[in-house]
Design a protein around this ligand. Sequence first.
Ligand code: AHR
Length: 337
Amino acid sequence: MKLSPPSSLVRCSLRLTAVGLLLLAGCSKSNDTTASSSTSGSSAAPAGKTITVGFAQTGAESKWRVANTESLKSEAAKRGITLKFVDAQSKPENQITAVRNFVTQKVDAIVIAPIVSTGWEPVLKEAKDANIPVIIEDRSIDADPSLYKCFIGSDFIKEGHLAAEWLVKATGGKGRILELSGEPGSAAAEDRKKAFADGIAGSPGLQIIDSQSGYFKRDQGKQVMEALLKKHGKDWDILYAHNDDMALGAIQAIEEAGLKPGKDVMVVSIDGEQEAVQAIVDGKINVVVECNPQVGPVVFDSLAKILAGQTVPAKTFNTDHVFDSTNAATEVKNRAY
Ligand code: AHR
């Protein structure tokens, strides 16, 4: 919604009108349009009452990310919200610029899936000064919490712990680990790395012998795995990949090197993409810790409350599950991404 400055009162009352529309998620009309790559349609809302949300996405580095984008776009479309979408192409500076532009455009709210956790305070202050609420989704940030309304996503620390806990049990606490880490500086990579290391710390027989970044991308996961295989040959036992795309790329490299993933070496991953859960069924991945990308409904429910002046929890975490040979065959049918 484009509002004429300077009246914050007018802005507020229009927001309240729009809140009703946000809450109508389940009542969208059949002619609702799905958001395009730049701006979503708003056919569920009467003319002149649409609210506009800017969404600064990390990029499209993984299938998980594509599902996350789709979740927010489709939920916005259902609710008649105009979504201004920016793909930051994995460049933190693009993302800051996108948020700054949303502030200049006077959007009604901003949603950010931060690439990295640092560097956010100046632009968040600009949004706060402009009275624009900000929701952080997916990856947490290191910033004064008063600068944004809430965080919605998965608990990466718990994910790292769950992966470690499963591995300690499955190996009896022994094995040489290669780690494929995610985007450097991202909460997802930093938390999963630290929590996993903490989780195996009580098992001195489990050692991380090398750790390299594959940037959460399948092609880089494969390339980095090829380099690790050249360096370590067969002198390792376990791959810990911070996401499924890297694990799936690495599996290709492992097979090309003449090893059987899931058997000669164990593969531990995070996300829960259908392809990865299928790889458990096929015996190529041993365990996947879920990280649910489908947070669109929670994001827009929270936004409705925020725009209505209600308080929302500072942090809302998904309930994520663990998939292994005991449940993968049942779960693979239910995977939506
Ligand atoms: O921040 C979540 C991570 O980012 C997902 O695990 C990964 O697949 C994505 O690209």
